[in-house]
Design a binder for this molecule. Structure first.
Ligand SMILES: NC(=O)c1ccc[n+]([C@@H]2O[C@H](COP(=O)([O-])OP(=O)(O)OC[C@H]3O[C@@H](n4cnc5c(N)ncnc54)[C@H](OP(=O)(O)O)[C@@H]3O)[C@@H](O)[C@H]2O)c1
Length: 224
């Protein structure tokens, strides 16, 4: 039975990943921050661990707790959008917090779990980025916190693809589309099931040629 670990799995896209993988018979290790918001996740009967990805000691502890168990796929999903971020009124404390969660958290997850991933068959790190982090796609400006965090995250993914290649690990960045979640908001276009269904086709069929690249949920490559 293959194993997937998903961060931020108590709601939104992360919960949909947990639901789908569990339904397909995978062993799902799902993390959440607050037990009060994890009832739906717990109802899936998957293995759960409490984890704030901005708490690097907690990430290391989770790595220790998982020991040498093989993990096929790590989905770095947990993320923040950030608050006020228009030109002239960017909340810099919020910016620091968002960078910690969106950029440093995924790197620390990869550091803690690369041994588990190397021992798995899938050897895949799929990181939820956003088109908003693409320089080429930025035609409207603003959104300083979120854009810069996802651009920096993309740089992390690229370096992971190079550094972890000797371990046989594939690392790529994904854009899920505009998805109806708390972050996506009510006007979003895609249901989480549509997005995750498409993303899973990429993740479950990952090849070394995909490593170090950035993909839209439909498989189209996104320029950095
Ligand atoms: N929805 C979209 O249209 C869209 C578009 C592009 C990219 N994305 C990316 O896709 C990913 C999932 O987004 P979503 O739409 O599902 O967002 P969401 O509905 O806001 O859910 C975010 C998830 O991340 C968790 N999280 C936030 N900070 C965390 C932390 N410090 N430690 C651990 N977990 C934390 C949240 O947990 P709590 O419940 O505890 O807050 C929640 O489970 C994100 O990386 C996002 O940037 C989404």
């Amino acid at each position: 039975m293959p194993t997937v670990l998903v961060t931020g799995a108590n709601r939104g896209i992360g919960l949909e990943y947990a639901r789908r993988y569990a339904a397909d018979g995978w062993h799902v290790i799902a993390t959440y921050r607050d037990p009060a918001t994890a009832e739906e996740l717990r109802g899936l009967g998957v293995e759960t661990h409490r984890l704030d990805v901005g708490d690097f000691a907690a990430i290391a502890k989770l790595g220790t707790r998982l020991g040498d168990r093989p993990i096929d796929v790590l989905i770095n999903n947990a993320g923040l959008y950030g608050g006020e971020q228009t030109f002239g009124s960017v909340d810099t404390e919020d910016w620091m917090r968002t960078l910690r969660v969106n950029v440093m958290g995924p790197l620390k997850m990869a550091e803690a779990l690369c041994g588990n991933l190397a021992a798995g068959r899938g050897k895949t790190i799929a990181t939820m980025s956003s088109k908003m982090g693409s320089m080429a796609d930025n035609g409207s400006g603003g959104v300083y916190i979120y854009r810069s965090s996802k651009a920096a995250l993309n740089a992390v993914v690229k370096s992971l693809s190079i550094d972890l290649k000797p371990m046989g690990i594939i690392a790529f960045a994904l854009h899920p589309g505009w998805v109806k979640t708390r972050m996506g908001g009510p006007s979003s276009i895609l249901a989480p099931a549509q997005s995750v269904g498409a993303l899973r086709r990429l993740i479950d069929n990952a090849t070394p040629a995909m490593s170090g690249r950035f993909y839209n949920y439909d498989g189209q490559e996104i320029p950095w």
